[in-house]
Design a protein around this ligand. Sequence first.
Ligand code: SAH
Length: 399
Amino acid sequence: MLRHLMYKIKSTGPISVAEYMKEVLTNPAKGYYVHHDMLGEKGDFITSPEISQIFGELLGIWFVSEWMTSGKSTAFQLVELGPGRGTLAGDILRVFSQLGSVLKTCDISIHLVEVSQKLSEIQALTLTEEKLPLERDAESLVYMKGVTKSGIPISWYRDLKDVPKGYSFYLAHEFFDALPVHKFQKTPQGWREVLVDIDPQVSDKLRFVLAPCATPAEAFIQHDERRDHVEVCPDAGIIIQELSERIALAGGAALIADYGHDGTKTDTFRGFCGHQLHDVLIAPGTADLTADVDFSYLRRMAQGKVASLGPVEQRTFLKNMGIDVRLKVLLDKADEPSLKQQLLRGYDMLMNPQKMGERFNFFALLPHQRLHDASQERNARQSKIPTSSVAGFDELVWQ
Ligand code: SAH
């Protein structure tokens, strides 16, 4: 990867951080995500669904609750962006099975958007029935197809644009932070983009430089920007626009969970290797690269086509979804002390403000009508206590 990047820079000059990130993470031949299983204790980082089954279960309940509140459509697609090892989708599907009596008249299909060959294989192992062979076609937009263990059709795509546009619930957990960001520094001469160049002192080392003049990507910076360093993720903007158009047109909702901020942070680009911080320019391709999600940018990119909710902190969202009740049920059922310990440790990781409780946020996109209906319902009840408009963002109330 380092050789490839050096060659690129030598032939066309310094590259943007976004181009660097894209090459390092998703280059089809050598990208970090493409051939690696980086998740879990033995990998480079661990995510909430890998820590506790409760996380995915509560998200499953969120989708069922939204489906019920918005009129129990006869069919929906669950579309997950960047499904990792498939653990989250597996936990959600278990909830769908357990609520089979509620969902029995609904035609569900699963659609996974994944660029990683390696991870898509692991997802298939987690989610599909071994005895039923998968259909594969590397040339097709749907590069893999099968049936889940509970008998639901499941398909894999490389790009959200290729997923059918029907009524859908979209899910992205720790996906947006992996998308490439442009970085800019305010200078006395105006905004200058941060680029990656070869260090003239050490021939096989990379370094950051500032572009000598304005670059086209500068157009992404807001006119009234007050920070002196900003990161912008145009790919995230494109995906949010696509999601917003789809939801406005066909209905459904998107639930996005990630670490991030609401347009306040500056330099968040970093690397992780073996659960430790890693210099982003050293040994590219061996470590995860990530930048905090700017939720204010996502909200802006929805361009008013849909309503947005959040970001709310993970601990608030999960509490509203009933994490304490679910933990109690599982603790009562667990007979092994080690299992109880594991459940409690998982809960602490997800909820503790010093751990993931405050660092991670939930953000949702919903049709305008959905929030309009909720506020009318509230007025009709003339209640001073806010009733559940949207679960997670308010307390979950079963209808
Ligand atoms: N959601 C999972 C995994 C998060 S890791 C979890 O919470 O455990 C990021 C995931 O996004 C991986 O599956 C990675 O392969 C995928 N990914 C990264 N960039 C992508 C892109 N541009 N398009 C589609 N998938 C991508």
